[in-house]
Design a protein around this ligand. Structure first.
Ligand code: M7G
Ligand code: MG
Length: 348
């Protein structure tokens, strides 16, 4: 990787791009991976979720305190972890398979969340992802191990919008869709006050929160079944399969005496990240000043992230693993994998 320093020189400054030094990676590995519950260390598919946590910590906190450090994709970060950490290094030759299995496994984990309707039952709350060109989706996310559907929904909605739906959630009011191997369940939470100051609780996951008109959501698509544009030109992810059943639910549940406002309510942004580059904070917009929701093409473009090469330094590529691979290589799915703790202790 030409021009990229190995960390630790201290010569960098803001704007330079240094890879994280080995000691930092080892530290993140022991804090986030080796400290994970033992039953989670049995398969790489689960272990990589802990590597992902370490990656978020690196991107959200370590990098902000050390501006010479380079932003990395999860794959690049994971690869560096495997090259640098003694516990992972024995498995480096399987890295491509391990990473591929993880991404496949990730898309099979059930997802739950909520469709929050405003008091008029005309609009629902959607969140927009962080990355450039991200789509709008219902607040939702993957279930943790042994987590109940409704607990996951409450947690994900809290993480992505800062709103606690636990008191309003009714187990029976949900819509469920199965796409491929993934099950998605969204609880319908109706009558949410529009002046609630929504704001995500995680960094760099959500860039915008807005009320969208239900009748402006896409109902079918000629494009890929998951990602596509709605009638307003906005991009949506995994929204359209829920829209027709949602409209039916609204018809059946909308209180008959509900006062419909004279003019139709507009889609409005209620929270937006202030500084895309650092993701340090965002701004809640009071209802009186809520900004109209506009198609992506008319919005200020987000700061493009610097293209990152996924190549490793020659130093990393030539590093010889200090331990030889385990005699029994893990199976393809690495499901029965377990860290060799004796080996790790020996290393220490
Ligand atoms: P997720 O939690 O993996 O998905 O987040 P889920 O909510 O569907 O379960 C989706 C994406 O948002 C991730 O792949 C990351 O790119 C980003 N992301 C999520 N979280 C919680 C964080 C975080 O804490 N920090 C950073 N930097 N990115 C995050
Ligand atoms: Mg989430």
């Amino acid at each position: 990787m030409a021009g990229v320093n190995r960390g630790g020189s201290g010569a960098g400054g803001p704007g330079s791009s240094t890879l994280p030094p080995q000691e930092l990676l080892e530290d993140l590995c022991s804090r986030f991976v080796l400290n994970a519950p033992e039953e989670e260390l049995r398969s790489f598919e689960r272990i990589l979720f802990y590597v992902e946590q370490a990656h978020w910590f690196y991107e959200d906190y370590t990098m902000e305190q050390n501006q010479y450090l380079k932003s990395l994709t999860l794959r690049e970060f994971t690869s560096l972890m495997f090259h640098s950490c003694s516990a992972l290094r024995p498995y480096i030759t399987h890295f491509d398979d391990i990473y591929k299995d993880f991404t496949t496994y990730k898309t099979s984990v059930p997802v739950t969340g909520a469709i929050m309707l405003d008091e008029s039952y005309q609009r629902c709350l959607l969140v927009k992802g962080w990355k450039a060109g991200a789509s709008w989706s219902f607040p939702r996310g993957k279930k943790n191990k042994d987590e109940e559907d409704c607990d996951c929904a409450v947690r994900e909605v809290w993480e992505e919008t800062g709103y606690d739906v636990s008191e309003k959630l009714k187990i029976e009011d949900h819509l469920e869709v199965v796409m491929g191997v993934q099950r998605m369940r969204l609880y319908i939470i109706a009558g949410v006050n529009e002046s609630i100051p929504f704001a995500p609780q995680t960094k760099k996951e959500i860039s915008e929160i807005a009320w969208h008109r239900v009748d402006e959501l896409p109902v079918a698509s000629n494009e890929a079944p998951s990602h596509h544009r709605g009638p307003t030109g906005l991009k949506y992810f995994m929204v359209f399969p829920f829209v027709t059943p949602l409209k039916k639910w609204i018809e059946e549940h909308c209180p008959p005496g509900l006062q419909r406002p004279g003019s139709p309510l507009q889609g409005v942004t209620v929270w937006k990240v202030k500084n895309m580059a650092s993701g340090a904070s965002g701004v809640s917009i009071p209802p009186s000043q809520a900004t109209p929701l506009l198609p992506a093409s008319t919005l200020r473009p987000s700061t493009p992230s610097t293209p990152i090469s996924s190549t490793l330094t020659s130093e990393q590529l030539t590093q010889t693993p200090v331990t030889s691979p385990p005699e029994e290589p893990p199976g393809k799915a690495f499901r029965n994998f377990r860290f060799d703790f004796a080996l790790i202790l020996e290393q220490l």
